[in-house]
Design a protein around this ligand. Structure first.
Ligand code: ZN
Length: 450
């Protein structure tokens, strides 16, 4: 019986599914091999795309015997999904079920081109929501909680995650993306104690509340904030600042519209994001060679679904740069943990030969309490070389000089990342505040925002 069905706060079970969540790494691998054998066969048998791409690569699902064998199978990318969807509308030929079995679609935001639709069968959808409840349980949600979900429902994969809270037995308040004043009113009226939003919006909402004279710790009941959608949720300095502002604990989550929401999320230890390894197999590869990096090293995240039957995803290159560990977690769960998303491969800046991600800069900005925490990176080409300017804001009432702040920041940036940058110190409230996903890089070499 699932623990929420006979829940009592006197007898609080630590796990949603103890046998699954605490099994040995050997058992995890054995379990995933069994699932993958049948998932690869399903993809090959029912999806025209996978049949031709496996044939072209000279591989067959019968050759798959261990997880290492997966490396013989070809990659797919976002471009593959978009291209196949355009070639075979409306869902593309990676789909491996008849259309009558598809009951739900999510779609990516389309900010970088044609939105790609991700189809689900009812079983895929139910699996996801069951997993979502399990993940929420590991982040400390219980049937006695009041959960406010402030994510968009319009085709967005984050929307239905609210159903996981409902399944767990918590009171689920789907506020959606309403104006901040309205959201604060909802949080206050219903005394919600868990909130889910993006990290930059959690920060913005907290600042807005204070400006409106709301005491976040006295007038509101929010004690846990789940965040997703931006690297900031895994930057400890950013989490610490949001936590200090709200008097709440922050839990980072990671999802993908092409797979499902909350593919990984933080347990109560908040030391990395646990992967849903009964649904997804994780590889971390060197983006240049496609070979695995050593455990703990940064590399590109490559994902393979294990059950999702409507559209199997085999070796999807996410473009996200991450690091993972299989070290045991103090919570007792044995699934792989990801130490956040360091950045997007697309966001990686190369300044005079040195790689740097916006999240590296963010960590330094958020450590300095003479700064507001907002920042922007401007990259220009000067004499054929990339020049980085970091724009930061001093806090109200700062006593020292801007020059001292700039020098201190530039020295810290150089020592942590090896990058030399110009630093511009701006008055408080100069930089645009994010309401959803923050745009923090202005690359003037291409004349576009990234
Ligand atoms: Zn854990």
């Amino acid at each position: 019986m699932k623990p929420h069905l006979n829940y009592s706060s006197d007898d609080d079970p630590a796990y949603w599914d103890a046998a699954l969540e605490t099994q040995s790494r050997t058992d995890w691998d054995r379990f995933k091999v069994t699932l993958l054998k049948s998932h690869l066969r399903h993809a090959y048998r029912a999806s025209p795309y996978y049949r031709s791409s496996f044939d072209a690569a000279g591989v067959h699902p019968d050759q798959f015997k261990s997880l290492d064998d997966l490396r013989r199978f070809p990659f797919i990318t976002k471009h593959t999904l978009r291209e196949r969807q355009l070639a075979v509308p409306p869902f593309g030929d990676l789909v491996a079920v008849p259309e009558r079995d598809i009951v739900y679609i999510s779609a990516s935001s389309g900010s970088t081109g044609v939105p790609t639709a991700s189809p689900f069968t009812q079983a895929d959808f139910d699996d996801w929501i069951d997993y979502e409840a399990r993940q929420f349980w590991s982040s400390g949600m219980r049937p006695t909680d009041r959960y406010c979900h402030s994510l968009n429902f319009s085709l967005f994969i984050g929307g239905p995650c609210v159903l996981g809270a409902q399944k767990l037995g918590a009171l689920s308040i789907h506020a959606g993306t309403v104006p901040s004043e309205r959201l604060l009113q909802i949080l206050r009226q219903f005394q919600a104690n868990i909130l889910w939003t993006t990290p930059s919006y959690a920060w913005y909402l907290g600042e807005t509340a204070i400006k409106e004279g709301i005491d976040l710790k006295r007038d509101l009941a929010v004690r846990r904030i789940f965040v997703a959608g931006e690297p900031g949720g895994s930057v400890p300095e950013t989490r610490n600042r949001i936590e200090a502002l709200w008097g709440a604990s922050v839990y980072d989550y990671y999802g993908l519209s092409d797979i499902f929401g909350s593919c990984a999320g933080m347990c109560e230890q908040r030391n990395g994001l646990h992967w849903a390894e009964d649904h997804i197999h994780v590889e971390v590869l060197d983006p240049a060679t496609g070979e695995p990096v050593a455990e703990g090293e940064r590399g590109e995240l490559v994902l393979t679904t294990l059950k999702k039957s409507a559209r199997p995803i085999i070796r999807f290159r996410t473009g996200d740069i991450v690091s993972v560990t299989s070290e045991p977690c103090a919570c007792g769960r044995t699934s792989l943990r990801m130490h956040g998303v360091h950045g997007r491969l697309d966001d990686m800046l190369i300044i005079k030969g040195v790689n740097i991600f916006p999240s590296d800069v963010e960590a330094i900005v958020r450590q300095d309490h003479d700064l507001t925490g907002e920042y922007r990176l401007v990259v220009e080409r000067i004499d054929h070389l990339a020049r980085l300017t970091v724009e930061i804001e001093r806090i109200h009432g700062h006593n020292g000089t801007d020059q001292d702040l700039a020098h201190r920041f530039a020295r810290r940036l150089k020592s942590v990342t090896g990058v030399t940058a110009q630093v511009a110190v701006l008055p408080p409230d100069s930089l645009p505040r994010a309401t959803h996903k923050a745009k923090r890089v202005e690359d003037r070499r291409r004349g576009v925002w990234s």
